[in-house]
Design a protein around this ligand. Structure first.
Ligand code: G
Ligand code: G
Ligand code: MN
Ligand code: NA
Length: 251
């Protein structure tokens, strides 16, 4: 059987699920959102997205898979989003998702079907998969008009030239873990992180730090004006039920 058929079968048989990793306000330690991370449970083994996303992309199944992500997210998290005033869910889009016509329409339908507002979602686009052209610019404008927040994921690892940032209305930059981990070990390299943070500030884009593992990193980030973070210090990705139990306690 083809990979395409296997993936479609896996979607129908509910072999995909989402893990959720908390995103915190560093200062108050309050959970303000979650990143949804897709997993494929196949014959008892869990397959990571780095393996199956490229397969889905090259076999024409990515659109179906992204629609499944939104279905799973809405199923797991609608109640949390409705019960809270500002909790948001961050969804990863692949570079391929941005090139398929009709993404805005699919997102609009998804919001209607689940009765959720666009501002309850953030869309993450990895810097390396991002194609800087007029189509992308218009797409970002359209989804932001629907209320979605848009983040550049893995910021700092994709391009050597940040000029593209000025041409887009991104809401957030997710500072890649590779930079965050230099903060406590290396003064020279951590200077680079702080320059990236200043750059974001000048461009009027907020920063979310990824891969925060030590409280010392959180303290330094907060000093530099970064107020949102995710990482093992706060919580590892986990299933919805556990996430809601551990991170969505009523205030
Ligand atoms: O959680 P993990 O480290 O395995 O995730 C690896 C990468 O897979 C993440 O950086 C993320 O960009 C990507 N990823 C996770 N879930 C999704 C998803 O639902 N859609 C897409 N396109 N990428 C995802
Ligand atoms: O590509 P993206 O940044 O979306 O993927 C995030 C991935 O990073 C997830 O697969 C998650 O498991 C992993 N991750 C999240 N927090 C930490 C952390 O604090 N340390 C490390 N080493 N990995 C992390
Ligand atoms: Mn991400
Ligand atoms: Na990242």
């Amino acid at each position: 059987r083809s990979i395409s058929k296997d993936l479609q079968m896996a979607i129908r048989q509910h072999e995909f699920y989402l893990d959720y990793q908390p995103i915190l306000d560093i200062e108050t330690q309050r959970c303000i959102g979650a990143e949804a991370l897709l997993r494929w449970r196949r014959n008892g083994e869990v397959i990571a997205p780095d393996i199956f996303i490229p397969l889905a992309e090259s076999n024409g199944v990515m659109t179906l898979l992204t629609d499944e992500v939104f279905r799973l997210a809405a199923r797991d998290m609608s109640k949390v989003m409705q019960d809270s005033e500002d909790f948001y869910l961050s969804i990863n889009l692949s570079g391929h998702d941005l090139t398929v016509p009709g993404l805005t329409e699919r997102l609009r339908h998804m919001l209607e079907a689940f009765g959720l507002a666009g501002d309850r979602f953030m869309l993450e686009v990895t810097e390396s998969s991002f194609v800087d052209n007029e189509h992308s610019r218009e797409l970002i404008r359209e989804v932001r008009r629907l209320g979605f927040k848009v983040a550049i994921d893995d910021f700092g690892t994709g391009f050597s030239n940040f000029a593209y940032l000025q041409r887009y209305e991104f809401d957030f930059l997710k500072l890649d873990r590779l930079f965050v981990e230099t903060i406590s070990v290396d003064d020279v390299r951590s200077n680079l992180v702080f320059h990236l943070i200043e750059l974001a500030e000048k461009l009027n884009v907020q920063v979310i730090a990824e891969g925060v593992e030590e409280s010392e990193q959180a303290v330094k980030l907060l000093e530099k004006g970064v107020s949102r973070a995710q990482g093992w210090l706060y919580g590892r990705p986990c299933r919805a039920r556990r996430f809601i139990r551990d991170f969505c306690k009523p205030a």
